[in-house]
Design a protein around this ligand. Structure first.
Ligand code: NDP
Length: 256
């Protein structure tokens, strides 16, 4: 269907070598996009590229550390050099350190804010000239349930993910005139490397998430293929500045 067709489009997915990012990259690839898989780990990048190639997509691996402005600029330059353009950016790379607020060092706060929030600003600025040149583009920022709620063990992460939503709105307003749509996706609890670590640290987390989620299960990376295609395709051309929960109903569950 043309509405969801991404043939001829080029996407960068930061953190596209695993978890939610790879789930989104698979969706984009299946819809016809060429994909630059951008992450720090070369082996994971190569594996993800091989997987996308098996789906019939053109894909390249791009080494990037999103906490470095130079590295983000080089990621965009390399993508344009190899794939010819850049129409889609998914700001997905992210990290977390779980502690009570009074236990964080300033360096840890900065590391989380830089990885999760500043990186999305820097990468968006780096792709903006390419999207403008192409006559439009799509930026998708990955937030979290911590964009909406708080939790005692996640102060800098919640600050970064709340910031993602407000940055999304501001950029959506600024760049609508360039036909660039900027939206955020707020995942619920998804089974990835990041949350496997959380489940190991927080006793009972697995069961609590299942009990609180109306869908009755944890999400999986492939749950993000559809929203990625929708937000990166002509189907969403009049949708900008939103933050869409993809959470099995977690964020709308009231008291029983
Ligand atoms: P993963 O740990 O599987 O993925 C994180 C990705 O980010 C990896 O691909 C990693 O690649 C990349 N990354 C981390 N730091 C950097 C860096 N400095 N430079 C470049 N890449 C980096 O976790 P998820 O898939 O769960 O997380 C993806 C996003 O989804 C994150 O933004 C996370 O906050 C968000 N999210 C996840 C939820 C969940 O339940 N899983 C819930 C809500 C939000 P590499 O190792 O190669 O650097």
């Amino acid at each position: 269907m043309r509405l969801f067709d991404l043939s001829g489009k080029v996407a960068i997915v930061t953190g596209g070598n695993g978890g939610i990012g790879l789930g989104m990259a698979r969706g984009l690839a299946e819809a016809g996009a060429a994909v630059a898989v951008a992450g720090r780990d070369a082996a994971k990048n190569a594996e993800a590229v091989a997987e996308l190639a098996r789906l019939g997509a053109r894909a390249i691996a791009v080494a990037v550390d999103v906490t470095s402005e130079d590295s983000c600029k080089a990621m965009v330059a390399r993508t344009v050099q190899e794939l010819g353009r850049c129409d889609i950016l998914i700001n997905n790379a992210g990290t977390n350190i779980r502690k009570r607020p009074e236990e964080y060092t300033l360096a840890e706060w900065r590391f989380i804010l830089e990885t999760n929030l500043t990186s999305a600003f820097v990468c968006s600025l780096a792709v903006y000239p390419e999207m403008k040149k192409a006559g439009g583009g799509k930026i998708v920022n990955i937030g979290s349930m911590m964009s909406i709620f708080g939790a005692s063990f996640t102060t800098p992460y919640a600050a970064s993910k709340g910031g993602i939503v407000q940055m999304t709105k501001a950029m959506a307003c600024a760049w609508a005139q360039d036909n660039i749509q900027v939206n955020a996706v707020l995942p619920g609890w998804i089974d990835t490397a990041l949350t496997r670590q959380a489940r190991a640290q927080i006793p009972g987390l697995h069961e609590k998430v299942v009990a609180r989620t109306p869908a009755g299960r944890w999400g999986v990376p492939d749950d993000f293929a559809g929203i990625a295609v929708f937000l990166c395709s002509p189907a969403s051309d009049f949708l900008t500045g939103t933050a869409i929960p993809v959470d099995g109903g977690y964020s709308v569950q009231g008291a029983a």
